[in-house]
Structures are given as structure tokens and as C-alpha cells.
Design a binder for this molecule. Structure first.
Ligand SMILES: C[S@@+](CC[C@H](N)C(=O)[O-])C[C@H]1O[C@@H](n2cnc3c(N)ncnc32)[C@H](O)[C@@H]1O
Length: 204
């Protein structure tokens, strides 16, 4: 495993909570992640909950700056039917050559990355031409009341949820990142909840 380039605070408790709280999303995960092909990069692997959802991929590279998440992900990455290489860096600056990957996977991560636009530029850079970003993200609500509640709760939420923002317009950021084609499918509660979720594919 490559050593960290920059220490990330993290907390074992947050890693445990994320692990448990995100378990019910496994069906949605499988829908998204099973579409990955070839050489795959996953950005912000967390505790590795996506790993069992990959099909017949060539290899999996993953970045995750939180040491406690990474420790769990490394355990989950053992014994898988494809080679796994996880490194302790953030998505904003990744040590991969241009046009390395067939697929980049980002699940519920643009909400948390401190500089999401920078990370999206990196995802675009490392994808081969025609390569695909598979994503599922929760975003800012289109409903005025729900979005006001998101704004109000955000500071507290960020503090307890490992830096996750409730009110980021992550899907618009994907549109703005230079991909030639972006599909967007509502994937739960989009009209009124404070966790509207969307999934889709963005093609380079
Ligand atoms: C809500 S969790 C989702 C984890 C995982 N993608 C999943 O689907 O279970 C958000 C993840 O983003 C990671 N993260 C935080 N800062 C990051 C950064 N700069 N680059 C990449 N990932 C980051 C967190 O450590 C955490 O693992």
C-alpha cells in the first residue's frame, strides 16, 4: 500500500457509523457499480462497501484519505477475484497518469470531498477517451423548503457525518466538469426529502 501524502484526521467512530448507516444502500450500489468495466478507479472508497458489487473487472485502484476508512477497506479488499490497490490520498490530486482508467466510480463522495470540482477534473483526466464515470450522489434539493432545511442542518450534519455536505449541488458539478454526455436518474426522494439521490453515467 502507498503511504499517505497528507495526513487526514478521520475517526474510527465515523468509519464505523458510515459502514453501518450505508449498508441499506447496497441495492443501489450494486446497480451502479456492477456497470464498471476494465481498469477501474474508485474515488473515496470509504470502508469498501462497493467491493463485492464489481463484476468481472480487470483491476481496482482506490483512493481514500481517511486512515480508519482505509483500514476497513483494506480488510474488505482481501481475497477478491480482481487485483486491488488502495492508496491514502484525496481525489483532488491523484498519482495516476492521464487516460489510465476505463471506469471511474464515485458513490456518495462529492458531498464530502473538500474540493469536489478539483476531484472531478482529476477523474476526467485519468479516464481514457470514451471512459465512463459511474456515480450516485445525494444533492441539494430542488424544493425550496427542503433546501432551506438542508442549509440550516448543514453545519451540524458536517460535524457528525465526517465532513459530508447536505446541500451540495453535486450533479450540476458533474455536468460542469467537461464530460460529453451525462445521464441522470432519480434514485430516491428527489422532490421533497433532504436526501434527494441521483445516479448516472458521465462519458469522457
Ligand atoms: C459518505 S462516505 C462514502 C464512502 C464510499 N464511497 C461508499 O460509497 O461507501 C464519503 C467518503 O469520502 C471520503 N473523502 C473525504 N475526503 C476525500 C477526498 N479529498 N478525496 C476522496 N475521498 C474523500 C471520506 O473519507 C469517506 O470515505
Amino acid at each position: 500500500m502507498t503511504q499517505p501524502t497528507k495526513p487526514h484526521p478521520g475517526h474510527p467512530f465515523v468509519a464505523r457509523i458510515i459502514d453501518g448507516a450505508m449498508w441499506p444502500l447496497r441495492r443501489l450500489r450494486r446497480k451502479v457499480v456492477s456497470q464498471a468495466e476494465g481498469a477501474v478507479l474508485e474515488v473515496g472508497v470509504g470502508t469498501g462497501l462497493n467491493f463485492p458489487c464489481y463484476g468481472e473487472i480487470e483491476s481496482l485502484h482506490g483512493v481514500e484519505p481517511d486512515p480508519y476508512m482505509l483500514e476497513r477497506a483494506n480488510r474488505r479488499g482481501q481475497g477478491l477475484p480482481y487485483p486491488v490497490d488502495l492508496i491514502a490520498v484525496g481525489g483532488e490530486s491523484m498519482p495516476y497518469d492521464d487516460q489510465t482508467f476505463d471506469t471511474v466510480v464515485a458513490t456518495w463522495v462529492l458531498c464530502t470531498i473538500p474540493e469536489p470540482e478539483k476531484a472531478l477534473a482529476e477523474m476526467y483526466r485519468v479516464l481514457k477517451p470514451g471512459g465512463r464515470l459511474l456515480y450516485v450522489e445525494h444533492t441539494r434539493s430542488k424544493n425550496r423548503l427542503a433546501s432551506a432545511v438542508q442549509n440550516g442542518l448543514n453545519p451540524l450534519w458536517k460535524a457528525v457525518a465526517g465532513g459530508c455536505h447536505l446541500n451540495r449541488d453535486s450533479v450540476s458539478m458533474i455536468h460542469q466538469a467537461g464530460f460529453s454526455d451525462v445521464t441522470v436518474k432519480p434514485s430516491g426522494g428527489e422532490s421533497w426529502t433532504i436526501f434527494p439521490m441521483y445516479r448516472g453515467i458521465a462519458t469522457k
